[in-house]
Write a protein that binds this ligand. Structure first.
Ligand code: IVH
Length: 707
């Protein structure tokens, strides 16, 4: 920077202005490096700016800022929070978007439990902040952790101690008590904070959620202290003794212990009453003084909650009823086609930037060709058949964190010479034909492994947050390495040979532009750290169509090990037989997903790439949900005949929670058959094979659930 004023020649005003600028630039550099895995400046430049900041501060100590980069601990690479493994996983919630979804939720619960009606639920606002788990031992706050990925969060204890709503000590609490709730910032506090940010030439926060997250996740707890945050308690994790027998009772107990609980929490009977409360909360939304994005319903009876249990990462006993999406209007400046990791051609509208619910939106999905033309996937009309064109004035909407969508178009604002959008017939990236299979709503590039867009998207998915999540290897770096001539990453296995290949190069990574000794060493260390990978993450990382992160968890939970999964997929080649049936027996795995899995593993080139990858890894078996003490852990059980004490779904859910594998067919590998009245051929087969047969009552006694 040739325009830089020498520090010794600066006046106070220049110093203050430059300190503000440096705080901003360095904070952004940090965020780009850590949060976005996309460094914007070189290590050397970072160091130089930090030294300049320190020199200015030395000359003008009174101008040192609260958010001074000097107080950021260490180099940009070493500073992070320590990790905390949650004793009880922090769950997320399934969504309901309308009244029918809520009725559906109620009947799903009733059906699972085999109860006709009269189930009580609580309803409370869904706070738009970030969740926090507070651990108290003998009544003393010992740890606060963010949700993270639900299994492991970040230790933010020092910061949580700065929040007034969080008691430091409790009287009369269980010896071990983990209180969970939401940290949020009020509208008034956000306005004050943003005014202060602007006054010191710092960037204002886009919304209270970002402000709360940014304020809590500060390495310097003094910054957290200066930014008023609040906390509502609404759930709990590990407990040495129960808080109550109902959700409502537990919330009242937490309130009595000194926590803030939401005053709009109530107890209701049935979906209709829940929706009435939802409307009431919706009416008050604008005047609450803090952001909420829906209403959460929970089964009130905690024994019923326990029976309902958890499916993958969401409880069966709760649902979030979201408020309708926020909308805005803007122009379509262009339509681009993105090629996804499964080859899907996705049209994206490039928009004149517009604010939707506090976030600036400049891209929105147009889903597929039919959607652009005004048809749904069954050929019916949407938007009364209006198509969407470049140059159109459109309505966009955004619900929660999902990608914004284009909903409607105002054809009266359309120019006379506008032309309908023509969907490409070939992949814009590799030129291969794009084909739409029967029944598929999207066109897919048929280039497979030769399509660079698919390959690079697969790699980006592979390093994504729910997959390998490698520090310093984000989308930007994947793009760079993918096109690199000397040190390429073309398939996942290449990531794990990167350090070794670099060692054999003349020009080392550390000597390249944008890299340094530290950043290269850190990247190799971060990669090394992920050789050890939990099975569920590996399955998800492969990027197989229809296999999302919760499916990864289901498959890992069911098969336990990579070997067991692969031998099943190998044996299921023909989409038939015992192995195939076993795949389909998993609650949440259907024929479409099963076929995608099996076919992927039987495509020779893909399989070879998977094998090369796994040879580099140390795949961690799935840790079954602490079922070590369970009498049926690892056992293969089959339910047959009529069950009279629980529904089939609950019986299966309970058995799986206890570590058993529920199969649909009896073989010599079956350990226990639970036979109810009317059991037929399966019970006979079990008898012939000498498999243990229990009645439902005997089974319940075995698993300690005698009713
Ligand atoms: S209950 C198993 N209640 O929403 C139940 N969550 O989308 C765990 N949230 O991660 C959550 N307000 O951060 C619950 N009243 C409320 C909530 C709430 C906000 C957040 C929470 C959770 C997310 C799930």
């Amino acid at each position: 920077m040739s325009t830089e004023v020498a520090v010794e020649k600066m006046d106070g005003a220049q110093a203050a202005q430059e300190l503000a600028g440096l705080a901003d630039v360095l904070a952004r550099a940090n965020a780009a490096y850590h949060r976005d895995d996309a460094p914007e400046i070189s290590d050397a430049e970072y160091d130089r700016l930090k030294r300049r900041n320190a020199a200015i501060e030395e000359r003008f100590p009174e101008l040192k800022r609260d958010d001074s980069p000097s107080d950021m601990v260490g180099a940009p690479v070493s500073e992070t929070f320590t990790k905390v493994k949650h004793a009880v996983a922090m769950l997320s919630l399934g969504n309901a978007f309308n009244d029918e979804d809520v009725a559906e939720f109620e009947s799903r619960v009733a059906k699972y439990l085999g109860i006709k009606q009269g189930i009580a639920f609580t309803a409370e606002p869904k706070i738009d902040g970030l969740s926090l788990s507070l651990r108290y031992e003998q009544g003393v706050l010992v740890q606060a952790a963010t949700r993270g990925d639900g299994e492991t969060g970040e230790n933010v204890t020092n910061n949580a101690r700065m929040i007034d709503d969080i008691p430091q000590t409790l009287t009369g609490a269980p010896d071990v008590l983990e209180v969970r709730g939401e940290v949020y910032m009020s509208h008034a506090n956000l306005a004050a904070l943003n005014a202060a940010q602007l006054a010191k030439a710092a960037k204002p926060f886009a919304n209270p959620r970002n402000a709360a997250a940014g304020s809590l996740r500060q390495l310097d707890a003094r910054i957290t202290k200066a930014r008023p945050l609040h906390f509502f308690a609404y759930a709990w994790g590990e407990l040495s003794e129960p808080l109550a027998t109902t959700q409502m009772g537990a919330i009242e107990r937490l309130a009595a212990l000194g926590f803030s609980t939401n005053p709009l929490t109530g107890r209701f009977q049935g979906a209709k009453a829940l929706v009435t409360h939802y409307r009431k909360i919706e009416e008050q939304r604008a005047t609450l003084g803090y952001d909420i994005d829906g209403v959460v319903y929970k089964v009130d009876d905690l024994e019923l909650q326990r029976r309902l249990g958890v499916r993958s990462t969401t409880p069966r006993w709760a649902v979030a009823h979201k408020f309708p999406a926020e909308i805005a209007h803007t122009w379509v400046e262009g339509i681009d086609i993105q090629v996804g990791r499964t080859g899907a051609l996705s049209p994206v509208a490039r928009l004149t930037p517009v604010t939707v619910g506090g976030v600036v939106v400049s891209n929105a999905t147009l889903h597929n060709e039919d959607y652009i033309q005004g048809r749904d996937s069954k050929g019916g009309m949407i938007r009364e058949g209006r198509d969407i064109r470049v140059g159109d004035w459109v309505e966009v909407y955004r619900a929660g964190d999902v990608i914004p969508k284009v909903r409607d178009v105002d054809v009266s604002k359309r120019k006379a010479d506008s032309k309908p959008y023509v969907f490409p017939a070939v992949c814009p990236e590799c030129g291969s034909p794009a084909l739409r299979e029967e029944g598929d709503s999207v066109a897919r590039c048929t280039g497979g492994l030769i399509c660079p867009a698919q390959a690079v998207e697969k790699l980006k998915h592979f390093v994504g947050r729910s997959a390998f999540d490698i520090d310093g290897l984000g989308k930007k770096q994947i793009e760079m390495f993918f096109h690199d001539k000397t040190l390429p990453i073309r398939e996942p296995a290449d990531i794990f040979t990167l350090a070794q290949r670099d060692a054999q190069q003349l020009t080392k990574l550390k000597n390249r532009d944008g890299w340094g000794e530290l950043s290269a060493a850190n990247l190799f260390a971060a990669i090394e750290a992920k050789r050890k990978i939990p099975l569920n993450r590996l399955i998800f990382a492969l990027g197989i169509r229809h296999v999302g992160d919760s499916s990864g968890a289901l498959l890992a939970g069911h098969y336990g090990s990579w070997r067991a999964l692969v031998s099943t997929l190998d044996a299921a080649k023909d989409h038939a037989g015992e192995a195939w049936e076993d795949l389909l027996s998993i609650d949440g795995v259907g024929a479409v997903m099963a076929a995608a899995l099996v076919d992927t593993f039987h495509a020779p080139d893909t399989r070879a790439a998977i094998d090369r990858l796994v040879a580099e890894l140390d795949v961690q078996d799935a840790i079954a949900n602490d079922t070590s003490g369970s009498p049926v852990t690892g056992k293969i059980v089959v339910f047959t005949g009529t069950l009279e004490l629980m529904t089939r779904a609950e019986a299966k859910g309970r058995a799986e929670t206890l570590g058993a594998k529920v199969s649909g067919s009896v073989s010599k590998k079956t350990d226990i058959v639970i036979a109810g009245p009317g059991a037929g051929s399966k019970a006979k087969k079990a008898e012939a094979l000498g498999v243990k047969i229990l009645t439902e009552v005997e089974w319940l006694a075995l698993i300690g659930e005698a009713r």
